[in-house]
Ligand binder design. Structure first.
Ligand SMILES: Nc1ncnc2c1ncn2[C@@H]1O[C@H](COP(=O)(O)OP(=O)(O)O)[C@@H](O)[C@H]1O
Ligand SMILES: [Mg+2]
Length: 298
């Protein structure tokens, strides 16, 4: 089963997985993992290792340098395979499906989870791989304040940290705030429930006033738990017949953040601009901020 999923995903065999794992371990200490270390970590003879490394480079899973010494790094795709491998071993997914979203900072796939103890139905789930640190150094810098004094820094840490941040906050907010339930978390990846309905920007609402109220109510609950989403818009809100669900949390801030008011107002204003443009509904940002912060006189 593990082989099936990983094979379908990236056509990797067990030896290749071992090599990738070895490079991952090595990257904790080296920017480029030396071949001698890799022999130790992978426990493969030099000949096999050398051959397989070449295959992995061809598949764009691994990248090599030769100056000042022969060293290796993994690419995101290889890191994805390691996380998937862990999810499969833990039984949090049993098969993967299509890619459903590629953002600046993530790749999202559909997947399947087998029922516990094989009783009941298979469940459709979502796997989100974080991609922070891949393209822009700005994102890395943004995360850097959370990285404390890590000497050696790479995209692996940026992506890993963002995933942990997102998993932690979603677990903390669920189920009081309407957001998909986190099922598992490993490395830079999350397994979560499929959000209900469809994204706000893709949906024609019959009763937009009701949905706008519901979005504000969810923002109020979020705020009451000390959190501001900070990346809220029609692209990160799902709507369904009975409500709304917020996704995409890694940029959240806690109350007390120096820009908390600005970030809250930006979230409100993103949502209001959308409802104004699409449904010609007009509301006041400042009034809604007061409502969310619950500072009306009682
Ligand atoms: N739980 C989920 N259920 C359904 N679709 C999801 C879910 N999480 C993410 N997606 C899809 O993947 C896309 C990207 O995910 P998102 O968390 O918004 O990351 P980002 O926008 O930072 O790349 C979303 O716009 C949505 O289409
Ligand atoms: Mg998003």
């Amino acid at each position: 089963m593990i082989d099936d999923v990983i094979k379908k995903f990236k056509d990797l065999d067990n030896k290749e997985l071992r090599i990738i794992t070895g490079i991952e371990i090595g990257m904790k200490h080296y920017e480029w993992v030396p071949i001698e270390e890799l022999i130790k970590f992978s426990k493969l003879p030099y000949g096999t290792l050398d051959y397989k490394l070449r295959e992995l480079i061809k598949k764009k899973m691994v990248v090599a340098t030769h100056i000042p010494y022969d060293g290796y790094q993994i690419y995101f795709d290889a890191y994805d395979a390691l996380a998937l491998n862990t999810f499969v071993k833990r039984g949090t997914i049993s098969a993967i499906g299509d890619e459903i979203g590629v953002g600046k900072e993530s790749v999202v796939l559909e997947a399947v989870k087998d029922p516990e103890l094989s009783i009941g139905e298979k469940q459709g789930v979502i796997v989100k791989f974080h991609r922070e640190g891949r393209t822009s150094f700005k994102q890395v810098k943004r995360l850097r304040s959370h990285l404390a004094e890590r000497e050696h820094f790479s995209w692996i840490y940026a992506a890993r940290l963002a995933a942990k941040r997102e998993a932690d906050i979603m677990k903390q907010l669920y189920p009081d705030v309407s957001t998909p339930k986190i099922i598992d978390h490993n490395r830079h990846a999350l397994v979560m429930e499929v959000a209900n309905g469809s994204l706000l920007y893709k949906t024609k609402l019959g009763d937009p006033e009701w949905f706008l109220d519901e979005i504000m109510r969810q923002m109020k609950i979020t705020y009451s738990k000390g959190i501001i989403h900070s990346d809220l818009s029609e692209y990160n809100i799902f709507v369904f017949d009975k409500g709304v669900q917020f996704i995409d949390w890694p940029q959240y801030v806690g109350i007390g953040h120096p820009h908390e008011d600005e970030l809250l107002e930006r979230d409100i204003s993103n949502v209001l601009k959308y409802f104004k443009r699409k449904y010609n509904i007009k509301r006041d940002v400042a009034e809604l901020a007061i409502y969310i912060k619950d500072i009306e006189e009682s």
